[in-house]
Design a protein around this ligand. Structure first.
Ligand SMILES: [Zn+2]
Length: 434
């Protein structure tokens, strides 16, 4: 007998009336007509059943610190950086764990069950690393949490010399941090930026780890560290294991140069993570008008066959006072900023918060197929585009076949004579036949 049978679900690829059979924490069958006995049978009522949301770029050591020690009054990157500097000496292990765990509760409620978080490794105490390693263990039954060793203050910019942060970064990897990070555009010179990329990729190759760098988070079109990251990926045989996060300078680059760059990135199988909520608020701040959007060239990268994910980056921290772990909000913003409004492009935006970031993280057993983990979300929407439009309610969230969060359908009751008694803002967009 099955543990769980979901009936009458719609899948993100458009299949309707689908049954999903679950046993021992895995999906054992996905088909259109399945009659089997199960301990529990759920009628999905035609709602969208999707694999869980995945966030490929987050900062869990800073999340929910909004207001500590004071509020970012201007909402700018620079005030955010100085605020983080004020907050760092006041951080404690327990407070870091408490805030991260509270965020993970939000994530589960939003069907966000895999997160890659960068963690600052420039602190010789590695306080945030210790705290997030504890969080990773605590949330493991519900969330795949992947940590990136992020030299926030610059790999080669240590107060005692270029070795200081490199040493703390290696110690963080020794403690079990999963991915090698970097921030080449923040090193002192272009040459140091390129050197940091080379050193970090070599370290990742030696240790068999993945790489994910904050790369070219700048409006300077000459910030071209993605070129070096692509080159080192190819040279060291790291294809499919390296991610360039942000890449905002690409927005401002010369088209002629980008035409050479994008095919090289495709050849090296470099992943890209764009962070639309943060890129649209922090970039273009030195412009008068016209103001650049500062988001990387998402449609062009996708058209070249490059895997692009949208990340959340920040939630209620010194840099961004909004956010709730809702990856549909991220997809909604990405869709607008990149003008991805065709029917196909809107569905790509849904993939950019589900299957694409799953590839960035290298998640095993992800998807709605026989053999995959029984991790999925039933949304109060009939298809991926409606899910983005409504930032749809997560009706039921499953991990390894177990219900870990659920909510009631969102319906507004109306009190107007001659009008319906309620609305859920659904709209059947099936074309009228003629
Ligand atoms: Zn970031």
């Amino acid at each position: 007998m099955l543990d769980l049978l979901i009936q009458n679900a719609t899948l993100a690829d458009g299949r309707k009336g689908v049954c999903v059979a679950v046993h021992d924490g895995r999906i054992v069958e996905v088909s259109s007509n399945l009659s089997a006995t199960a301990h529990e049978i759920i009628d999905a009522q035609g709602h969208l059943l999707s694999p869980p949301f995945v966030d490929a770029h987050f900062h869990m050591d800073a999340t929910l610190s909004f207001g500590l020690p004071r509020v970012n009054q201007s909402g700018t990157l620079l005030e955010g950086i100085s605020l983080w500097g004020e907050l760092k000496p006041m951080l404690t292990h327990d407070a870091l764990v408490k805030r991260a765990m509270a965020y993970c509760d939000w994530a589960v409620a939003k069907g966000l069950l895999a997160i890659r978080t960068h963690v600052d490794v420039c602190d010789p105490r590695l306080l945030a690393v210790d705290a997030l390693m504890e969080v990773k263990r605590k949330v493991a039954p519900f969330i795949d949490l992947q940590l990136v060793a992020f030299p926030q203050d610059g790999l080669l910019r240590g107060k005692t010399g270029p070795q200081e942060h490199f040493d703390t970064l290696k110690r963080a990897l020794d403690l079990g941090v999963d991915v090698v990070g970097g921030i080449p555009h923040f090193e002192r010179t272009m040459a140091d930026g390129a050197l940091s990329v080379k050193l970090l990729c070599e370290l990742a190759a030696q240790r068999g780890l993945r790489v994910d760098m904050h790369c070219d988070e700048s409006d300077d079109p000459l910030s071209r560290h993605i070129e070096t990251l692509t080159y080192e990926t190819q040279r060291l045989g790291l294809q499919g294991r390296v991610t360039g996060s942000h890449l905002t300078s690409m927005h401002s680059m010369d088209n002629y140069y980008v035409r050479k760059l994008i095919p090289l990135m495709a050849e090296a199988d470099v992943h890209v993570v764009s962070n639309p909520l943060i890129n649209i608020t922090l970039q273009g701040r030195h412009d008068t008008y016209p103001k650049r959007r500062g988001m990387t060239r998402v449609p062009e990268l996708l058209a070249a066959g490059i895997n692009v994910a949208f990340g959340q980056d920040c939630v209620m921290d010194p840099w961004y006072s909004l956010g709730s772990g809702d990856m549909l909000e991220v997809a909604h913003m990405g869709l607008h900023v990149a003008q991805m409004t065709s029917q196909a492009a809107m569905r790509q935006c849904f993939e950019a918060v589900t299957q694409n970031p799953a590839k960035v993280l290298g998640l095993e057993g992800y998807g709605i197929r026989a053999g995959c983990y029984a991790d999925f979300v039933i949304l109060q929407a009939n298809d991926p585009v409606e899910a983005i439009r409504l930032r749809a309610n997560r009706l039921r969230v499953y991990r390894r076949g177990k219900l870990i969060a659920h909510s009631s359908e969102t319906v507004s009751t109306l009190h107007m004579p001659g009008r319906p008694s309620n609305t859920a803002m659904k709209h059947d967009s099936t074309p009228l036949s003629d």
